[in-house]
Write a protein that binds this ligand. Structure first.
Ligand SMILES: [Zn+2]
Ligand SMILES: [Zn+2]
Length: 246
């Protein structure tokens, strides 16, 4: 870990902002020196402009990019769609976007949150559906959040809520007992691992809920979050992630 990251992890958010001003820094994606001009948070202009945005059609249920344009559902969602009104993703989980999300998650580049939330807001505006009563994040296991110091999905959701002027609700969706980390499991084991992992408050009743996460892989985590929200009476649940992984 770079000395800078160690120092950054010990400082408050305000302190970190100041740190970025006084110390030289590196692009979180390519590692090159980060100049003063044309940077976005801790990402250089060239990496930021090369983010693998999904421009074409996406699966309505899981945001997988589709090769044909009158798109609706991908093959696996045709068989078992997620219980979401729709799911959006800004980009694909590869290249510069994969590196930035890794930095957000594991290298204390938590000040990337607002820059990435701006991409989420842009994606939502392009879809033209912003009718939400509340924004929630996919909750992280408590022990894990204590170790990391923050939940990256929570940071993104809060930053997006500020941008959209929609309330963020940290207590609407909570995580029950600690489960195994999804990313450590083979695909077929993921659904069983997250089933019943989340609890929704009765306050979800009649609400239009936007669920936020950093990455969507199989969609099983989004399914496990949306199900209790709908069971609690939510009017609808939509989801947005920064990156869709295959
Ligand atoms: Zn770069
Ligand atoms: Zn799909």
């Amino acid at each position: 870990m770079r000395v800078q990251n160690v120092v950054a992890s010990a400082l408050s958010l305000v302190g970190r902002g100041a740190l970025r001003i006084v110390l030289p820094s590196w692009c979180a994606a390519c590692g090159n020196d980060l100049g003063w001009r044309a940077r976005t948070a801790s990402c250089c202009a060239s990496c930021w402009s090369s983010l693998p945005r999904i421009d074409g059609a996406k699966c309505r249920s899981c945001a997988l990019p589709l090769p044909y344009n009158e798109a609706d559902f991908c093959v696996s969602c045709l068989a078992a769609p997620l219980p979401l009104d729709w799911c959006e993703a800004f980009g694909e989980y590869r290249g510069t976007l994969e590196r930035l999300l890794h930095a957000l998650k594991f290298e204390h580049h938590d000040f990337l949150d607002d820059a990435l939330a701006a991409l989420l807001a842009e994606t939502l505006h392009a879809r033209g559906d912003l009718a939400f009563d509340t924004i929630v994040a996919v909750p992280m296991a408590r022990a894990k959040q204590r170790r990391r110091g923050y939940n990256q999905a929570g940071l993104l959701a809060r930053a997006l809520a500020r941008r959209l002027h929609v309330p963020f609700d940290a207590r609407l969706l909570t995580r029950r007992a600690s489960r195994l980390t999804q990313s450590t499991l083979p695909k077929h084991a993921r659904a069983a691992n997250v089933r019943d992992a989340f609890h929704a408050s009765p306050r979800a009743a009649r609400k239009s809920v936007l669920l936020v996460d950093d990455i969507c892989t199989t969609g099983e985590t989004l399914r496990a979050c949306a199900s209790p929200l709908l069971a609690a009476g939510a009017a609808r649940v939509c989801a947005i992630v920064v990156a869709k992984a295959r």
